[in-house]
Design a protein around this ligand. Structure first.
Ligand code: M6R
Length: 616
């Protein structure tokens, strides 16, 4: 939800700070892409350039403007919350005296009160955003003679809501300041200058030593030092941390889209997610931290999973695994529902948040609530420097590397591996699975990588593309699955909806006859998830029911019986029931990718979406 960058260079170099800020925004465009802008300090003026639309529009504007290379500036890529996407609502916003330009990620909840305050001071607001009020209040403080850092602090003291902000001031002195209350912000210092960004990916070209701001921090950055204070003015130190992700992973490396590249990375991602964690001989899993010790896990009475979107689908699958293998009762909830339903948690509850970003506002708040209610907080995350990791006592990192495509693919597969490891570890701690049985489960996991690679061979991918061509004009899509593959049906439908903008629903196959079957008619496509095993025959009957009503069925899975009665099929290698979602989801990811491509959709940046949802 909006990307923020800022920099103060020692030397202008090629293109000055403008060029670096644009490069930073390119890295962060996944966070929002309905408009973008820069605020630049020139020796005697503050220049703001902003444009509705993709970053390329801003680049054209910058090229036309011909501004001299500068040293100090901020930039923003927007996902609109208050005020439509337009040039006027794009960030940065400036105060009436043009002393300050500010960018913001988040929502200012009391912005209407603050707006009245600004209007009462005789200032006419220029935009419909909640952000501009902050800029104007800081401008008012500066005009009264406050130092920039104090002006920001006293403004933020009055703010209720969620924000990461960055601002530059021209008067009374040049300053680069940022603050965090919710959405992430990190800072880097190198021999080229000082930098800030919403995501470490934008800072990796300069250094791997990154300082992460905490909620309530306000940082003042000069070229020689970074000073951090709390909202109450108290000074604090935040030591930089070494980040191991590399900048190249944020490159498409020859693929047409990040989504396709990330789908193809999945065999490696899968292997990384269990590397160094499984002991096949002993039949056990090593997970770091006391939360996953025998003593702690044997006291677990219940698991409460909360997550959003694709991570929630991984959460449902985690639920099947933990309940099935470790025999622990599990509840899985939309984070946005859990946090508002006055939940009652029993003693011995483990709360498990699942999130790629570790910054999803609803998941964070749901976890915090569960922890306040006495649960032991744990998470499965990709971004180990995220707020979620800081909030939890236990963490399993999925090691998927940066995921840039807005549609989550490789993170989903890695979340499933992490969930499988958690389920086996819990089962071993509680003695519900023998060492021999666990050994076999881990051998199955180790054998999954070549199977996943098969699904990504040129021939298999071409087959998915051919099917995409057959079904691209379908009236609608129904995804059916049973048991642990029901959440895969939900995920297949979500992928298709979000990047192709076609209507798709995921359903438990057995539930179809209670309503959705009314949708079946010629022109409607059903995807049936059909792994071999105890539920295959049941699914076969569901396929027959769709066929009997003129629907087209595409079978995805390893069961020959289901393939035999379907119109078309995408064969998937066999594995154990718990791991079947990891294989079955791949053809669905590819199918939605190719349908989106055939429809000419913007695959990596689907309309109305953003990668990291840091607002409610
Ligand atoms: O960063 P998170 O995993 O917490 O994100 C959760 C959802 O916003 C995310 O999975 C979203 O549904 C994706 N666009 C799905 O592809």
């Amino acid at each position: 939800m909006c990307g923020i960058v800022g920099a103060w260079l020692n030397e202008p170099g090629d293109g000055g700070v403008q060029a670096l800020l644009v490069e930073g925004l390119r890295c962060l465009e996944y966070r929002g892409y309905d408009s973008s802008g820069l605020g630049i300090i020139q020796p005697d003026e503050l220049i703001v350039r902003r444009r509705q639309g993709r970053l390329a529009k801003l680049e054209s504007l910058l090229a036309e403007s011909g501004d001299a290379p500068a040293l100090l500036g901020i930039g923003h890529t927007r996902w609109a919350t208050h005020g439509e996407p337009s040039d006027g609502n794009a960030h940065p916003h400036q105060d009436a005296g043009r002393r300050v330009a500010l960018v913001h990620n988040g929502i200012i909840e009391n912005y209407l009160d603050l707006r009245h305050e600004v209007e009462a001071a005789g200032i006419e607001l220029q935009s419909a955003t909640d952000t501009e009020v902050l800029t104007q209040i800081i401008g008012i403080e500066l005009s009264k003679g406050s130092e920039p850092l104090e002006a920001v602090r006293s403004c933020l003291e009055r703010v209720r809501g969620n924000y990461a902000i960055a601002l530059v001031t021209r008067e009374p002195k040049e300053r680069l300041i940022c603050a965090r209350q919710g959405p992430p912000l990190c800072i880097a210092q190198s021999e080229r200058g000082v930098f800030l960004a919403s995501d470490v990916m934008a800072l990796l070209p300069y250094t791997r030593q990154i300082t992460f701001l905490e909620d309530g921090d306000i940082a003042e950055l000069t070229r020689s030092k970074v000073s951090i204070i709390r909202l109450n003015g108290e000074r604090v130190e935040r030591a930089p941390r070494q980040v191991d992700w590399d900048a190249e992973s944020a490159d498409k490396q020859g693929y047409a889209h990040f989504m396709l590249k990330e789908i193809h990375e999945q065999p490696d991602v899968l292997a990384r997610a269990f590397h160094g964690r499984i002991d096949v001989e002993r039949g056990d899993v090593q997970l770091e931290g006391d939360s996953f010790s025998d003593a702690a896990l044997s006291k677990m009475q219940r698991l409460q999973v909360t997550a959003c979107g694709t991570a929630l689908h991984a959460g449902y699958i985690a639920g099947y695994m933990v309940e099935g293998l470790a025999r622990v009762p599990v509840d899985v909830d939309y984070a946005s529902e859990f946090r508002y339903r006055n939940p009652k948690l029993s003693e011995g509850t483990y709360a498990l948040g699942i999130s790629q970003s570790g910054e999803t506002a609803d998941t964070l708040e749901a976890l915090r609530l569960a922890i306040r209610l006495g649960a032991h907080g744990t998470c499965i995350v990709n971004s180990i420097s995220s707020s979620m990791v800081r909030d939890c006592q236990g963490m399993i990192s999925i090691e998927a590397g940066p995921e840039i495509g807005v549609a989550s693919t490789k993170a989903f597969v890695a979340m499933l591996v992490a969930s499988y490891l958690l389920a086996i570890r819990t089962a071993r701690a509680r003695g519900t699975v023998t060492a021999e049985a666990a050994s076999q489960l881990l051998r199955d996991l180790r054998e999954l990588r070549p199977k996943l690679s098969t699904l990504l061979s040129d021939e298999r991918v071409a087959k998915v593309r051919a099917i995409a061509e057959h079904v691209v004009d379908s009236k609608g899509f129904l995804f059916l699955g049973r048991g642990i593959n029901y959440p895969v049906a939900l995920e297949g439908a979500l992928k298709l909806k979000e990047i192709s903008y076609v209507h798709a629903e995921g359903y438990p196959a057995g539930e179809m006859k209670h309503g959705p079957i009314a949708l079946i008619e010629p022109g409607m496509t059903t995807l049936a998830l059909a792994p071999k095993g105890r539920l295959a025959e049941k699914l076969r009957s569901n396929i027959e029911q769709v066929k009997a009503r003129g629907g087209r069925v595409i079978c995805v899975g390893s069961d020959p019986g289901c393939h035999a009665v379907s119109d078309e099929g995408l064969a998937v290698p066999d594995t154990n029931e718990w791991l079947s979602p990891i294989l079955n989801v791949v053809p669905l990811q590819l199918l939605s990718y190719f349908i989106a491509e055939l429809k000419g959709c913007d695959i990596d940046k689907p309309r109305n979406l953003a990668k990291s949802v840091t607002v409610e």
